[in-house]
Design a protein around this ligand. Structure first.
Ligand code: SF4
Length: 323
């Protein structure tokens, strides 16, 4: 089933107008996402990684239709979700669920955790009465929480437990795709491994797909079948996880990987330090957007934009050094 495409993103663009000064005049456009394409198969996990501000979260918000894409297509099981109207959108929200970074901020503090987890069943009219209670209890068990605690409130749980509640809330609707935006970054390192294991176990059992968005390549590589690296609104490299990790092509991916500490503390890694900070998406650099920070740039990098092309089987890279 892994070859059945569940999500196809084609030429996605998101531009935000920037307003300022007297009369809130339009001052420019932020090119948050510029022509991004990728796909996710059934049961597959795609990790989308890059520095903060590279546009990865904006992609997730466009897929969820929390914000409106400027251009492009987002096909979910072959249907462009950007064309869906209110009713169809409500049905779609059952099939695509989200887990946010901050498990506390995303849970209503006034509600019991049983109500938080079961709310989707009520909103979509899926279960009532004893069936509702059974489904909530089973879901809490699946994420290793005690159903007897379902009358307690989020503030009575630890950060890791709150993320389990958020996972239960997402899974109770039996979604086909879960978008997890930095699901581990608010958690202690010791808890991160437990949540990673839980996410992968649940996927094996329930066979849904993940889009995992993260700034931390070292974490997502363990859970992802494929990895896509983003820089300033574009995907610059995409490949199978191991391939990207052990055989990276793009100079930006090489720099990200060099920043991950090695497992052997006695072996020194040569870290590639990027000069300067990430340029503003209000005025992205010409040609290759990475050229202002790339130590390998050649003459044409400043003028010509490299396209994402297959450089080895199933390994795509947007860099002039490979074409
Ligand atoms: Fe560096 Fe040029 Fe490749 Fe861009 S296209 S990553 S500037 S070598």
């Amino acid at each position: 089933m892994k070859n059945t495409k569940i999500l196809q993103v084609e030429g996605l663009e998101k531009v935000f107008p920037v307003q300022g000064g007297f009369f809130s005049k339009k001052e420019g456009l932020v090119h948050a996402v510029s022509g991004v394409s990728f796909e996710i198969s059934m049961g597959e996990t795609l990790g989308l990684v890059g520095e903060s501000g590279c546009g990865k979260t904006t992609i997730g918000l466009c897929i969820l239709r929390i914000i409106k894409a400027t251009n492009g297509k987002i096909l979910f099981r072959g249907k462009n979700i950007l064309d869906l109207h209110r009713r169809a959108l409500k049905a779609l929200r059952r099939r695509i669920q989200v887990i946010f970074q901050d498990p506390f901020g995303s849970l209503n503090p006034q509600w019991s955790i049983g109500r938080i987890v079961g709310e989707g069943l009520r909103v979509h009219g899926i279960a009532r009465g004893s069936e509702y209670e059974d489904r909530v209890d089973n879901m809490l068990k699946k994420v290793r929480l005690n159903p007897e605690d379902k009358f307690r409130h989020p503030n009575e749980f630890s950060g890791g437990q709150r993320q389990r509640i958020a996972i239960a809330r997402a899974l109770i609707l039996e979604p086909e795709l879960i978008i997890a935006d930095e699901p581990l970054s608010a958690l202690d390192v010791s808890i991160q491994a437990q949540i990673i294991n839980l996410l992968t176990e649940l996927q094996r059992e329930l066979n849904f797909s993940y889009l995992i968005i993260s700034h931390d390549l070292s974490v997502v590589k363990y859970v992802s079948d494929r990895l896509a690296v983003m820089y300033l609104g574009k995907i610059v490299e995409i490949a199978n996880s191991n391939d990207l990790y052990f055989n990276p092509k793009h100079p930006y991916t090489l720099a990200l990987l060099s920043a991950i500490p090695g497992s052997d503390p006695t072996t020194k890694k040569d870290r590639i330090l990027l000069s300067g900070s990430i340029p503003s998406p209000l005025n992205p650099p010409s040609g290759c957007r990475f050229h202002t920070r790339c130590s390998k740039r050649i003459d044409k990098c400043e003028k010509e934009e490299p396209q994402l092309k297959e450089v080895e089987p199933s390994h795509y890279c947007a860099c002039h050094l490979y074409h």
